[in-house]
Design a protein around this ligand. Structure first.
Ligand SMILES: [Zn+2]
Length: 475
């Protein structure tokens, strides 16, 4: 692309084949979460393509390698992102881009993403390579089909946590304030008294639950975002790799989350000894010291609970050789609280529903892992987080019709009715909220939903009626 090309010419010339829109979006005000996204796609066989890509503040620099095309026949995962640098236009896939980014890394020149007319200002950061990152609070200024697009945090439960429990003390580094401890006093089930800063005593801050942390990781890892080329490419290896990658820039109580997060590797009979050894090495962190028992976070797919005399064995998929133990009473409490999620796996959806578990574990004895506390979350067969069974037909329709969408997550919001069940990203210059008004929802939830539906231009499905046709994709 020659330097004589102006952006306007470029947009006009490429509008059709590169999906670069010509409409100018009005900049919206409001708080935008500076959280990350590692979108997911892999070349067949489970190995992720990985390349440094263009991401927003707080992202860890991993994006779908197949930004231009996937490995299965040229289907675009995202439109190729284009940047204007010193008046020249570079595609995300342009080999000359690194040099161009290096040339402006230390000066005031900023690259602009050309997904909308006029472009959106971004900045250059250096990780293993130069990466183009989103400026704070600009995620929603990108076109919904742009990899740098992020919806307004107010469209999910994240909005309530940003600035309170989700902090970004420095660009690209996220600190989470959580309501669970990283340590137990040995021999006691109660949390060790934690020293609180004076400000925290007088101004109680919102803290994230285990479930909210699981939502944050899934969102940051891009599992709540879907493009057609991701079909069939998510698996346990992808889950493991990208949840850990998402954790790489997160601190929880001053400790890097990646140090304490264990996600099972894909289980294979032939490599199980090595896998188990790596697990033991990772979980060696549970070794008690000075009377304190550190905790670790295990995220995986719940398989089954075996009841024994005094404790239950919780089996996680891909960990057939290492159950997590849990006192029977604790399990019963968990099962009671999450009864609807446990039952969801037996629902007549015609699809597999996954039940994800985030378990805080400790070692009571050497190599004996016991669950301290846990939370559950539903996910589709493609690991898209679900709020409930009522969302399955919509997610199925979206995936089946090869649509691009994003699933807003509830985090710790008391009810999810106000949030869209999905945001359609391929319906034009603005995302289209998709709402489900379930006939089984409680009166409060239904009222919140109807209010949200009335408030915005959106698509709504009242489940006592057949699902209406989805809004058409933009040409
Ligand atoms: Zn963009």
């Amino acid at each position: 692309m020659g330097s004589s090309f102006t952006m306007a010419k470029f947009c006009a010339i490429n509008a059709e084949n590169l999906l670069i829109p010509l409409r100018i979006r009005l900049a919206c005000s409001g708080t935008m979460a500076q959280h990350a996204c590692v979108a997911l796609s892999s070349e067949g066989g489970g190995s992720m393509q990985e390349q440094i890509f263009f991401d927003g503040p707080g992202r860890n620099g991993l994006q779908p390698g197949a930004a231009a095309t996937s490995g299965d026949g040229g289907l675009p995962v995202f439109p190729v992102q284009h940047f204007s640098i010193h008046g020249r236009v570079f595609a995300a896939t342009d080999p000359g881009l690194q040099l161009a980014l290096a040339s402006i890394h230390d000066d005031a020149e900023r690259p602009r993403c050309l997904c909308v007319a006029g472009g959106v200002e971004m900045y250059v950061a250096r990780h293993r390579k130069y990466v183009v990152k989103r400026m704070p609070e600009t995620g929603k200024d990108h076109h919904p089909s742009c990899p740098s697009y992020e919806p307004d945090a107010a469209l999910s439960g994240l909005g309530e946590l940003v600035g309170e429990a989700v902090l970004e003390p420095e660009p690209g580094r996220v600190e989470l304030r959580v309501d669970f401890p990283w340590t137990r006093t040995q021999g006691h089930a109660l949390p060790r008294g934690e020293s609180l800063a004076p400000a925290e005593i007088t101004v109680p801050r919102r803290r994230m639950s285990l479930r909210a942390v699981m939502h944050f990781l899934f969102e940051r890892a891009g599992f709540n975002r879907w493009t057609p080329a991701m079909a069939g490419k998510r698996n346990q290896g992808v889950l493991c790799k990208y949840l850990l990658a998402a954790a790489a820039d997160i601190d929880v109580k001053g400790i890097p989350l990646a140090e304490r997060l264990y996600v099972p590797e894909p289980f294979q009979e032939s490599t199980k000894a090595d896998t188990a050894q790596r697990r033991r090495e990772k979980l060696a962190i549970l070794q008690p010291h000075d009377g304190h028992a550190p905790l670790a976070l295990v995220i995986g797919e719940f398989k089954a609970c075996d009841r024994a005399d005094h404790a239950c064995r919780i089996w996680i998929r891909h960990m057939p050789d290492a159950p997590l133990l849990m006192p029977t009473k604790s399990w019963e409490r968990l099962a009671r609280v999450h009864a609807s999620l446990l039952e969801a796996r037996d629902a007549d959806t015609g699809r597999r529903i996954r039940l994800m578990i985030a378990a805080l574990i400790r070692a009571r004895r050497e190599l004996t892992y016991e669950i301290d506390s846990a939370s559950l979350m539903l996910a589709s067969d493609q690991w898209i987080p679900l709020e409930g069974v009522h969302e399955c037909p919509l997610i199925d329709a979206l995936v089946g019709q090869e649509r691009r969408f994003l699933k807003p997550l509830r985090y710790d919001a008391p009810q999810g009715g106000v949030f869209p069940n999905a945001l359609l990203l391929d319906g034009g210059a603005m995302p289209i909220p998709l709402h489900i008004v379930s006939a089984f929802a409680g009166a409060k939830e239904r009222t919140a939903k109807e209010k949200a539906v009335a408030k915005s231009e959106c698509w709504a499905w009242r489940t006592e009626q057949p699902m209406p046709a989805l809004p058409s994709p933009a040409a």
